[in-house]
Each structure stands twice: as C-alpha cells, then as structure tokens.
Write a protein that binds this ligand. Structure first.
Ligand SMILES: Nc1nc2c(ncn2[C@@H]2O[C@H](COP(=O)(O)OP(=O)(O)OP(=O)(O)O)[C@@H](O)[C@H]2O)c(=O)[nH]1
Ligand SMILES: [Mg+2]
Length: 389
C-alpha cells in the first residue's frame, strides 16, 4: 500500500487534524456590485441600477460554511436592465446577500474598517451597484463598485484567558465549564481558540475563550500571538493565568519568574493594543500545589497587588508603560478542583462583568448629543460608502 501510494505520487502522511479541520477566522471575498443598465437617449429612458452586495449576520454559521458556499470567492450583483421603448425605466439588478456568522469585522483590501456585524440580522452593504444610465451619465450605465472584502472573525466571549503556554488556561476552562479542551504538559497544547460557558445556578451564563499561549514578542507576530490576540479585543474581562513557578517556553528563552511573566503579558498586550489594558483584569496564580509555591507567593503577593510601585525592580526591557491593576487576585491549584475556590473565582468573574456592563451602559446613556454625533461622523468617515443598516 505504501509503495503504491508512493508510486502514484501521494504522500502517505495526512495533514494534522487541526490543519484539515481548523477554525477559519479570516476570509477574503471579491465582491462586485451589478452594472447599471443603459438609458435610452431618444426617449430620456433610464437604465436599471445594478444590484448591491450585502453581508448579513446569521447565528449558527461559521466562516467555513461561507467558504464552502461561495464559488471562487467571488460574488456579483445582478446587472440592471437597459431602458427600452417598451420599458423606459430599466429593471434594477438583483441584490445579493451573503450570510455570515455574527462577530465579524469587515475590512476592505486596505484594511479600512467597513463595519462590525455582531448581532443576528445586522446587515452591511459591501458593494454598491452601478447607477443606471441617464442624461447625467450620457445614458451609459455605471459600473458597480468592486472590492475585496476581508471577513475577520473575533470570538464574542465575555472573558478572554491570557497566559504563557502551560500555565493552566485549558485546565481552568475544563474546571468551570463543560468544554473539553486538550490539556497536556507541554507548551502550545491549545492551537485554536475554544469557548466554554460558565453556568450559574440562576441560569446566568458567561462565556470564556481559551486561547493558545502567548510568548514574548507575540505583538510582533511571534508564535501564534497576533492571530489570536484579536479574539480578546472585544471581551469584557481579561483573565490572566500564570504559573507560580514562572515559565520557560524552551531552551531558546530564558526562565521568567511568576512576576516577570505577569509583566511580560502586560507588555505584550500593551504593544498589541494599549486600549485593551483599560478593560477590567483578574489574575489566577496557578499551581499552588507545587514545591515552594506558598513561599514564592508570600514574597510576591504585595507586589502583585501593586505592580506599578515595584516596577523599577525589574529589567527595563520587560517594563510596561501602563501597568495592570487587578480587580481580583486568586492563588490556587486548578487541578485540585477545590470547589469553594472555584465558586469564589466564578462569582468574582460575574461581579466584575456586571460592574463593567453597568459602567458601560451608564456612560453610553450620559454621552451628550454632540459626543454621539461626533462619534457617528467619525464612524462614517471610516466607513466610506457602505453603511450599516
Ligand atoms: N501541578 C499542577 N499542574 C497543573 C495545574 N493546572 C494545570 N496543570 C498542568 O499543567 C499542564 C498545562 O496545563 P494546560 O491547561 O494544558 O495549560 P495551557 O495554559 O492551556 O497551555 P497551552 O494550551 O499550551 O497554552 C498540564 O499538564 C496540567 O495538568 C495545577 O494547579 N498544578
Ligand atoms: Mg491550552
């Protein structure tokens, strides 16, 4: 069999499962609005407008569904029909709609944001059909708008887990939800994001995204960093998980102590997008069952509570400019599944998220009319022609 496959030129080695089945979190589609029909100069007839292209959010879809559905990744709107003696006003071309999953940011080829599609049925025009020919255009129908759009999926979870590889992020997700992420004693066990749901007794649910571990230089696209940092951009709470013993990813990297890993994670996020540090943050110092853990924790406890005060003790290269202030600090052993501690952590998560939502809705409601108008104008400036419907 092996010989036969070699003779036929096939590789006997199948791609790894995740490569075949992996999550698609970005997709490019070429969209073309339909062309306008031509007008009829003799009778002043107007050609039909070309059809527009829209994207609409539909729950339950993935970008893989979208990819499988669109041939050659090209979509064209219907052309408007020409004006004739029997029909002076040409028929408009048909609009085309692409159903996409919610949680997508749509960009054009120059990375200009066209809009965010977050909730079910949110709709965005991504290519406008050309105008039908009329007197103004010399009765020639105009070409439809053409562009390549990028659909960029950002997971819509409430909480994003951040940590170096092997810190125990997936162990945490398993402990607090029914998700079954892979857990193993080597770095980069998690290679694609996974979401778990914390269910509270009163049926409240909070979603948590487990992401691949970050490494130093993630903001420069080292490791899988950049690709996955975008998934925590829209979370409401950053939950850091660090190993009390610190971390050494490989022999290529130096060993970092627990506090150094906290500062490095802080710095990576700052370098990626500084605004993200304005979100509430919480930290779990994990693996407290390991040797000497209590002693280390007693030494760092005070500093962890007040990182900015002790910043000068660390090497300049790992000092962030904006230092995290944690809204909750827990030292625990996630494998011991101590239910009281886990319940405390879950309650704290809920408390912080509720406070965050409260604050956000308060500031939204108290924004002055001018502020809202200014924000709207700024959004429109970014969006160019397409408009969120
Ligand atoms: N001793 C000890 N080991 C733990 C604890 N929590 C997790 N581990 C172990 O640490 C290893 C890594 O755990 P994971 O949950 O896979 O870590 P991760 O942060 O998801 O790692 P990546 O997916 O590689 O980024 C596994 O062998 C876990 O069993 C803990 O509290 N104590
Ligand atoms: Mg993991």
């Amino acid at each position: 069999m092996v010989i036969l496959t070699r003779i036929l030129g096939y590789s006997t080695k199948l791609p790894r499962k995740y490569k075949r089945q992996g999550l698609i979190d970005s997709l490019r589609i070429h969209v073309m609005g339909g062309n306008g029909g031509s007008g009829l100069p003799t009778y002043g007839g107007i050609g039909g407008a070309g059809g527009n292209i829209y994207v609409t959010a539909k729950e339950g879809l993935t970008l893989r569904h979208v990819k499988n559905k669109i041939k050659d990744m090209k979509i064209k709107g219907g052309d408007g029909s020409n004006s004739t003696k029997n029909g002076l006003i040409g028929m408009a071309g048909t609009d085309v709609n692409i159903d996409i999953p919610p949680g997508i940011t749509v960009y054009d080829e120059n990375r200009i944001k066209l809009g965010e599609i977050d909730s079910e049925n949110a709709k965005l025009m991504v290519a406008k059909g050309g105008e039908g020919g009329c007197e103004r255009s010399g009765y020639c129908g105009l070409k439809g708008e053409r562009r390549t759009i990028v659909l960029d999926l950002q997971l819509l979870a409430d909480v994003g887990l951040i940590g170096f590889p092997n810190a125990g992020k997936s162990t945490f997700l398993r402990t607090i939800s029914h998700a079954k992420p892979k857990i193993a004693n080597y770095p980069f066990t998690t290679i694609k994001p996974q979401i778990g749901i914390i269910k509270y007794k009163d049926y409240r649910q909070i979603s948590v995204a487990d992401l691949p571990g970050l490494i130093e230089g993630a903001h420069m696209n080292k490791g899988m960093g950049h690709k996955f940092l975008k998934h925590i951009e829209r979370t409401k709470l950053l939950l850091f998980i660090v190993d009390i013993q610190g971390c050494q990813i490989s022999l290529k990297y130096e060993h970092r102590s627990c506090l150094e890993t906290v500062l490095l994670l802080n710095k990576e996020i700052e370098l990626y997008k500084r605004d993200m540090l304005d979100k509430p943050a919480m930290i779990i110092v994990n693996k407290m069952d390991t040797e000497g853990a209590n002693k280390i924790y007693n030494e760092i406890k005070l500093k962890l509570n007040n990182l900015s005060e002790f910043l000068s003790e660390f090497d300049k290269s790992i000092q962030p400019k904006k230092v995290l202030q944690f809204d909750g600090i827990f030292a625990t052993s996630l494998i011991s599944t101590n239910t009281t501690e886990i319940t405390e952590i879950k309650n704290r998560i809920r408390y912080i998220i509720d406070k965050y939502e409260e604050k956000r809705s308060f500031t939204q409601n108290t924004d002055s009319y001018e502020d809202r108008l200014y924000a709207k104008l700024r959004r429109q400036e970014q969006q160019h022609a397409p408009t969120l419907i």
